[in-house]
Design a protein around this ligand. Sequence first.
Ligand code: TXA
Ligand code: MG
Length: 340
Amino acid sequence: MTTKILKSDSPDNITLCAKVIKNGGLVAIPTETVYGLGANALDEKAVASIFTVKGREPDNPLIVHVASMDDVNPLVAEIPDAFYTLAKKFWPGSLTLVMKKSDIVPDIVTAGLDTVAVRMPNHPAALSLINACNCPIAAPSANPSGRPSPTKAEHVLDDLDGKIPYILDGGDCVVGVESTVLDISGQTPQILRPGGVTYDELKAVLQDVTVFAQVEPTGASSPRSPGMKYRHYAPKAPMTAVLGEPEKTAGYIKSRLHGGSGSKAGALMFDDHAFEHPNVITYGLFDDYVSQANRLFDALRMFDSLEISEIFAQTPTDCGLGCTVANRIKKAAGDNLIQV
Ligand code: TXA
Ligand code: MG
């Protein structure tokens, strides 16, 4: 199979991709967070092929994408009160809501859980495609399991060339990290995965919101948000998340890159704390979490083309979107952390 990149602003391309999805095929779709690998969420066989193409563990459920709040009704057994508050405020956008599922959602989508995760993405092409298919679209990030999520159509081509017929190219993802997964199926809303919508933004509209204890550190075997237990987002070389004041982390990294130990190290650094070195890749200013989120996965992928044996990553202070960026770096490092 050859994989073609199609511009997402052409109605003909949307029609073509909708046809593929209606016929049980897969299409990579742009969203504001990361590219997704989409299939008809109500077609068991089509969803099974997502797992095959990604090499995804069958215990890791998928997010179902909708184009309106009304699209949610058939997918859930009940709509919690918090749903309307949250969807009105954050949809379309980077917030995934976990609710009790209805019978029409195949078990393969939810990995056997009695809940389903639903999100309305904030990208015109994704919404047009869902409407053109007239079905909800199940879509995990369009990377083979374990790899950094794709934030450009070319990233998807690098990873899935020959495995899917079409990539809808909607440009670079503006958020750059995945959605926040919020479970509203119980008494108190609980963040299962930090993402594009921050804790503080949720706290501003909810009376109470908790963070699942095992969001960090990993190694958890809990099934609450099964995806969080795997090493994720990882470049090929092993990575160490370096935590601490930026001056100190920069000093530590400099000593490692110039240490003359013979091992070739690379570093992910803040623009305002980086130093000149061919293996240093920057991803935004120390206090610019929006830029860090936007550039993180592309930067992690760039390390794969360098001749390096390890990577040190300057990791932001856990705060706001910086918390999400830090979470992704720690996961990419497989919880290999150092505090300096
Ligand atoms: O931004 C995003 O969320 C992107 C775009 C494509 O929408 N999608 C994405 O999907 O990141 P994926 O499959 O890479 O991550 C989905 C996460 C996993 O951690 C999974 O375990 C969790 O959502 N999840 C899905 N359904 C769940 C459920 N019913 N209960 C708890 N966690 C769930
Ligand atoms: Mg993913």
